[in-house]
Design a protein around this ligand. Sequence first.
Ligand SMILES: [Zn+2]
Length: 377
Amino acid sequence: MLAEFENCDIYHLSLAGGAARLNDGLADIAINWGGGLHHAKKSEASGFCYVNDCVLGILELLKVHQRVLYIDIDIHHGDGVEEAFYTTDRVMTCSFHKYGDYFPGTGDWRDLGYGPGKNTSINFPLREGMDDDSFRYVFKPVIQAIMDRFRPGAVVLQCGADSLTGDRLGCFNLTLRGHASAVEFVKSFGLPTLVLGGGGYTMRNVARCWTYETSVLLDNKIPDELPYSDYFEYFGPDYRLHIAPSNMENKNSRTYLENVMGKLLAALKELPIAPGVQVQTGAASSDQTPRTISAFLEGGDQADPDKRDVEGHADAKEHAAELYDGEKDVYDGQDTDSGAPGNAGSVQAAAGSGGGASSAVPMEGGTTDADGDQELS
Ligand SMILES: [Zn+2]
């Protein structure tokens, strides 16, 4: 347990550091590829996530900004972040994810927020086989409408790489360019932005993805040919940065995408422009909590914040790589570190000082199979 708490501490520090640098105007963009643990709930670990650094980062940004936008392009629904801010109009959450018999089972387009938070939870449920064209087709209009309507002061972007083609758990067909088109588009608004990692289970592609996205964020063109490194062999047989899509069927028809997009854009039209009134939120970098959020943090919805009512979660979908005791434990009780969502280390860097995807390189102790994946041993 100690190691977990130490990890939590690292997440918290790197995260608060990134958000604080943005708040202080010391950086335009802060990157933490070790973060993006979007499934963790207030008192419940879920889907490899113990501490929801996305939520902590948003809370920090709310000390300075009236409204914060959270965007999530991991293949899984950003349920922990949505739940944290479901009833406030100070945070808009927008998640693009696989939906239907898939972890965590939430993220229907009808889940739009509640009370003052109505129409500030946007969910785009997708089918398998999502390709670059379809992704660009839905991402830009939805985000543009949110920017026009919600007018956030800062953005948190979760870049889970399990939405890439060939992911071990994912079932989308995005290339690095399609995935990074979201990063590029969000960057074009010039808002203070905290960029986070997330899932990603074909590690060589996680490293490729976050390396490429670091280069996009820094406006640094990098060659397709990979430079030699200790991990060079993982990137064979082509030793290239970019990856090709597979020939899998895209089950997201244009009609389906148009239909869902129409409903989401209609919901956004009901949102007042730049909702809420200017409020004093708390001193930046202090422990003071934004006023509208304090009820949530203090356990306003239940007596004991350390106890969580999980009854309603009984039918929740299991993560495809969830660990089990007994005969369901496919990993045989051995070290499963390499199954973590690309979080071998916590890397936090303000734009301009590196970033890098070193957290995603294979760790020692595993074995490598024929196609270069590290096996859970
Ligand atoms: Zn994921």
